[in-house]
Design a protein around this ligand. Structure first.
Ligand SMILES: Cc1cc2nc3c(=O)[nH]c(=O)nc-3n(C[C@H](O)[C@H](O)[C@H](O)COP(=O)(O)OP(=O)(O)OC[C@H]3O[C@@H](n4cnc5c(N)ncnc54)[C@H](O)[C@@H]3O)c2cc1C
Length: 412
């Protein structure tokens, strides 16, 4: 009797691995095995979007992704699965109805339940015939001398595979299962790594100058002046007990983190606290009537208005018409180019994603097959790319997971 064909193995049942396994499965002559080190997989999906899972953006913006690799390659990989098809996959195949949050442009499951997304994908994988082995940590993998792959499982011996999809994530939020072992595995196989760093992570301030404002949130614009045109992002800002968070802070955090890791001067981050730019504030303060504090309160939360004013040393009860030009300009600067006093970051512990990773040039952009090790496919956060807050990182995980699953199955 001929030996049964070797299974196709997907390592990691996170966002990318689940879609890779679903895509790879579905043919009666192909056995697909999904190995996951945690007890239930998809833990990052469960905690995503504050438990609601911002599953996709309403529009994909490749230019806002960050990579040390070719932006064109990234674009090709990201757009390989058009958004409309991704939406159709979730609604029609996984049975997850989607809803657009118009104010933010984010797409969530209509149930607002991240669990529905994780469970829906696990159930679809099983319906497609994927065998899922939880509590299965892959410790090593190597090409088999007779073709295919040999994997070493912690406490469970070895397993042979026809092809392997590595979807082990990065180092972000290690409690969800991604502790960086995937990076070690690919390096042992001869891949290089663009240096990794925590991204989309809150910033800290020591001393925590604004701790008394913890919990306060508002929409701001943050600029990170630097080489070229610098970087500007607009969105939610949240004061925390230890520093600063919210989408705008997370989106700019990689520049802060990288400056800290480089050991040079810390990246300046300048905050414009309201929609009013310097010109508009200048006019408002020159032409307005009443006290300075009252003018600020018209556009800012009371507590923040009071703190900002206190920091400028101006008397809150000073009538606007008495402000000297120099005082007015100092206040305008404070309101539109406020140097955020960040000193550190929350690191991988709270990072939503990992920056850096396997250079995109080391995989075939269509099939995601390793150019170093034929028969090995890479997808998700292990690759050198991440996007802004807003569903882009799942879009990356779903698109690359699908491409790797198709690649491993030998489909064009
Ligand atoms: C708090 C938080 C909120 C987020 N919210 C959003 C959001 O709303 N929208 C969005 O687009 N993105 C969000 N993200 C980012 C998003 O979750 C990630 O980009 C995405 O999950 C990455 O998918 P992945 O499959 O590559 O990696 P992971 O989700 O990390 O999955 C990797 C899997 O591999 C397993 N694994 C690792 N090593 C091994 C091994 N050796 N053997 C076996 N299994 C292994 C892990 O246990 C894990 O299950 C959020 C992230 C966090 C941390």
């Amino acid at each position: 009797m001929p030996a049964p064909p070797l299974p196709h193995v997907v390592v990691g049942a996170g966002a990318a691995g689940l879609v890779a396994a679903i895509t790879c499965a579905g043919s009666p002559d192909r056995r697909v095995l999904l190995l996951e080190r945690t007890r239930e997989g998809g833990r990052k999906i469960l905690v995503s979007g504050g438990g609601r899972c911002n599953i996709l953006p309403s529009q994909i913006e490749p230019a806002r992704f960050v990579t040390g690799s070719s932006p064109n390659t990234l674009r090709k990989m990201l757009l390989s699965w058009p958004l409309a098809e991704q939406r159709r996959f979730f609604t029609e195949e996984a049975g997850i109805e989607l809803a657009l949050e118009v104010e933010t442009g984010k797409v969530f499951p209509a149930s607002n339940s991240a669990r529905q997304v994780r469970d829906g994908l696990v159930a679809l994988a099983r319906r497609r015939g994927v065998e899922i082995l939880f509590d299965s940590r892959v410790e090593d993998l190597a090409p088999h001398p007779e073709g295919g792959w040999s994997l070493a499982l912690h406490g469970r011996g070895r397993l042979d595979a026809a092809a392997v999809v590595l979807a082990t994530g990065g180092r972000s939020m290690p409690g969800t299962g991604s502790d960086g072992l995937g990076f070690e595995l690919v390096q042992r196989l001869g891949h290089s790594l663009h240096p990794t760093y925590p991204a989309l992570t809150p910033l800290t301030a020591e001393p925590p100058r604004h701790a008394a404002l913890a919990g306060l949130s508002l929409d701001v614009t943050i600029t990170a002046p630097g080489s070229g045109q610098g970087f500007t992002t607009r969105g939610g800002f949240l004061f925390t007990h230890r520093g600063y968070s919210g989408p705008a802070v997370l989106d700019v955090s990689h520049l802060a983190v990288r400056s800290r890791l480089a050991g040079g001067p810390l990246q300046p981050l300048l905050v414009q606290w309201t929609d009013l730019d310097a010109k508009a504030w200048d006019r408002e303060l020159q032409e307005g009537t009443g006290w300075v504090l009252t003018a600020l309160r018209r556009h800012l939360p009371d507590r923040l208005a009071a703190v900002l004013l206190q920091e400028t040393g101006l008397d809150p009860a000073r009538p606007l018409h008495q402000l000297r030009r120099e005082e007015r300009l100092r206040l305008v600067e404070h309101l539109t180019r406020y140097p955020l006093p960040w000193t550190g970051d929350e690191g991988y512990r709270k990072a939503e994603v990992t920056g850096g990773g396997v250079p995109l040039s080391e995989v075939d952009p269509r099939t995601l097959e390793s150019r170093r090790c034929p028969g090995l496919f890479l997808c998700g956060e292990i690759l050198d790319a991440f996007g802004p807050i807003g569903g882009h990182n799942f879009a990356w995980a779903w698109a690359t997971g699908r491409a790797a699953g198709r690649g491993a199955s030998g489909r064009p």
